[in-house]
Design a protein around this ligand. Structure first.
Ligand code: MIC
Ligand code: SF4
Length: 755
């Protein structure tokens, strides 16, 4: 039986009347996204015809998921909310903290020892508050959620940007910071600006080498890393229904890379098959009973231009496999043009490693298609050129592919099988020789490829592709090789070509698993104690941030003017730093160390305006803090893209940065800043970015009348004594202004407990 089936029943029972009411309000046919949004309004939210991209709306998500690296901060906050139990079904997944080094057995044992304190903390908090706990080795959060918790028409939030993966099963699943998760677990409403809607019509059918991954690699090329900001992407058309459910998951997963709030697909036969195969026939049966509510009204897909803000059409029959990168997931190159692009740009063409896995691409179908290529190595007397590494997505997948002989095939081509976890995707890869920082190329089936992300080496050129392309290219070891058209010389000196990949959508013999790694919480957790040692360097209880002082902010020092891409990986690096995710003061030592200083083009080197010396960013900021001087961070476009990690907002908050002023923000990061009581501002005139000088002291005025839709004025005091005024916009609504005044949203919850 499915988890939380009673909750799902309730959602489905309420659908008819809620969607009928939405039809009345809006007065036209509805997209699937609107149906899910309107059927999840918070009980105190007045229903109206909300304005896309404008109205702030309160929702009640059905469930919450957290992964170990973000759960620590989410739960440290929840512990302060004074609730005996979580208000909605919630889960914790231990997947980010396992270093990939020599293979699953050793690596997992090592992680269990090294991160024991954190896993024990997460396990006991889960036990106490009624949260389902997935132990280290159980799998990657989004794969486990798709296999166990996602359901068509549902709404969930998760403390990870790739929570959106569950859109593959017809949900609206949205990535958030831990403070948002904390609110929902505490029974409060969850606020979101009513999204815009992008429709993607898929015509034709996938075949041969082209995979679902190529759809999203293509979409990323069209929309770029910020093209989906503030929007839900809804896929439909014959190409959508002819694709597997897990393939849909892959497409939704990488919606995070275009900044989309989330992505989704209407309920169809592929989802029913997947629910049945994963032991959830009960959900499939319930869903079949309310089918018409689990997809858009037919008029919408017949006439998408009328109902979506933007429509993109992709013909799957003509779609080529793509390879995206290096250093950004939206640099899309069709495989037929890759050789040309690689040579023209001087990308290293020798592929040193191929990596299969991550939450994006670790389904049974993905692995079975990759295996069909790996088998050709011995059949065609080839020798695999690059190293090949695999992280299965879940224990259920690992167990099943082992049973079906796939792991043996991979091992025959020399593959190393790592733990069912994120591993190299988040820099948890102890790659031999990475410290030498040699220029090299890797190709993986993950979603992100920002500099340093996989192995910490800034000279690793990482390319993103489908599992099929990753496998063929790893065997060939050459970025200029096109497996669709080119041949390889085998051990006998013959020219051989790959046959196109094929695979099974779902295991013929069904999924199997012995111990999936789940631990149910205590029915009554009131007597469970949660210990956090005051001497720990991994965990630290949170102190409340100070409330706003009630005045304008005068005399802020410019900490850094970041140049170009500044993702959450640049603001709060992962890899080795993941171990401090539960200790705000310790992790603050990585604040902005990856951001490029506009004035000297260096990372982690900014001017300390007190001494005039250049020093590491966290060190300079700690000096300002010690002198009780506030500071400001300036950034470029799409600042904070990537992860949901709220550490990227909490670290500056903790160290005394008062405002972040940028050309534009990524959605989750902007909300995280607001939640933590920071000022997140945007240049009214983007050209004013140029006016910010290295030795500036900056005042933020207008705060005593801080109100929605009213810009603030910043005064730049330059070192030569001149001053300039610039206008900064903000998107704070009244409630968010209250968060700012209170010094953070959590302070408001804290105050309500005392009251
Ligand atoms: C990522 O893919 O960057 C992560 C690591 O999963 C993050 C979450 C985190 O930083 O812990 C994400 O995508 O939100
Ligand atoms: Fe883990 Fe990578 Fe997925 Fe993030 S993107 S959840 S690090 S596998």
């Amino acid at each position: 039986m499915a988890f939380d089936i009673e909750m799902i029943k309730k959602v489905y029972e309420g659908l008819s009347s809620k969607i009928e009411a939405a039809h009345q309000l809006v007065g036209r046919p509805l997209t699937l996204s609107e149906k899910i949004l309107y059927s999840h309004l918070h009980s105190e939210q007045k229903p109206e015809n909300f304005e896309r991209g404008k109205s702030y709306v309160d929702f009640s998500p059905d469930r919450v998921a957290m992964q170990d690296a973000t759960a620590q901060m989410a739960l440290l906050q929840f512990m302060q909310a004074g609730r005996p139990q979580v208000a909605v079904p919630s889960t914790v997944h231990c997947d980010h903290l396992i270093m990939a080094k020599s293979g699953a057995n050793n690596d997992l044992a090592h992680a269990n020892k090294e991160s024991k304190e954190v896993f024990d903390f997460l396990g006991s908090v889960s036990n106490k508050y009624g949260i389902g706990f997935w132990k280290p080795g159980a799998g990657i959060i989004h794969q486990v959620v798709l296999e166990n918790y996602a359901f068509p028409g549902g709404m969930m939030i998760g403390t990870d940007s790739h929570t959106v993966n569950a859109g593959g099963l017809g949900m609206l699943a949205i990535g958030v910071g831990g403070a948002d998760a904390c609110d929902v677990m505490a029974g409060l409403a969850w606020e979101l600006k009513f999204p815009k809607l992008i429709g993607v019509k898929l015509t034709g059918k996938l075949s041969g080498w082209t995979a679902p991954k190529d759809v999203i690699l293509k979409v990323a090329g069209i929309l770029t890393v910020k093209g989906g900001t503030g929007a839900i992407v809804e896929y439909f058309g014959e190409g959508a229904t002819s694709m597997s459910c897990t393939g849909k998951g892959t497409i939704c997963n990488m919606g995070a890379e275009i900044g989309a709030t989330t992505s989704t697909f209407g309920y169809d036969a592929s989802m029913e098959r997947y629910l049945n195969a994963t032991g959830r026939a009960d959900i499939a049966e319930l869903a079949n009973g309310v089918k018409q509510h689990l997809t858009a009204d037919p008029e919408v897909y017949a006439n998408p231009d009328k109902y979506f803000d933007q429509v993109i059409e992709i013909n799957l029959s003509e779609l080529e496999p793509h390879v995206n990168g290096p250093f950004t997931p939206d640099l899309a190159t069709p495989i037929s043009k890759l050789k040309e692009a690689a040579l023209a740009n001087g990308w290293p063409t020798k592929i040193s490693v191929g990596l299969l896995g991550s939450c994006t691409n670790s389904s049974y179908e993905d692995i079975s298609r990759a295996v069909s290529l790996a088998k050709q190595v011995s059949a065609k007397h080839l020798k695999s050129k690059a190293e090949y590494l695999i992280n299965p997505g879940s224990e259920q997948i690992r167990f099943t592919i082992k049973r079906d002989g796939f792991l043996d095939v991979f091992e025959q081509i020399g593959a190393t099988i790592f733990t069912n976890a994120c591993g190299p995707c988040i820099g948890m890869w102890d790659r031999m020789g990475a410290e030498k920082q040699e220029k090299n190329t890797i190709i993986h089936s993950f979603n992100r490829n920002f500099a340093k992300r996989a192995d910490g080496n800034p000279n690793t050129y990482a390319f993103v592709a489908s599992p099929e392309i990753v496998t063929a290219m790893a065997i060939a070891g050459d970025l200029t090789f096109n497996p669709l058209t080119d041949s390889l010389t085998n051990e006998k000196g013959e020219q051989v070509k790959f046959d196109a990949p094929f695979g099974d959508e779902l295991p013929k013999k069904g999924f199997a698993v012995e111990d999936a790694g789940f631990q149910a919480p205590a029915a009554d957790g009131s007597s469970v104690t949660v210990n956090v040692s005051p001497h720990s360097d991994r965990l630290q209880l949170l102190d409340a941030f100070a409330a706003w002082e009630g005045t304008d902010l005068i005399g802020l020092k410019l900490l850094i003017k970041a140049k170009g891409k500044c993702t959450t990986d640049h603001i709060s690096m992962a890899g080795p730093w993941l171990k401090y995710r539960g200790h705000l003061d310790n992790i603050s030592n990585n604040m902005l160390i990856g951001a490029v200083n506009f004035f000297n083009e260096k990372t982690d080197s900014v001017k300390n305006q007190i001494t005039g010396e250049y020093d590491a960013v966290p060190k300079v900021q700690r000096a300002y803090k010690a002198h009780k001087i506030g500071s400001i961070v300036v950034g470029d476009e799409n600042y904070g893209e990537g992860s949901s990690r709220e550490h990227a907002a909490m670290e500056p908050r903790h160290l005394g940065v008062r405002a972040v002023l940028v050309k534009s923000f990524a959605r989750i990061h902007e909300t995280n800043l607001k939640k933590q009581g920071m000022l997140g501002l945007t240049f009214a005139d983007k050209a004013d970015y140029e006016k910010i000088q290295e030795n500036d002291t900056i005042d933020i005025t207008g705060l005593t009348n801080f109100s929605p839709n009213t810009a603030l004025t910043l005064v730049l005091h330059h070192i030569d004594g001149s001053k300039e005024e610039i206008i900064a916009n903000h998107t704070y609504n009244q409630q968010q202004i209250e968060w700012f005044k209170a010094g953070g949203a959590l302070n408001i919850i804290r105050a309500s407990i005392k009251a």
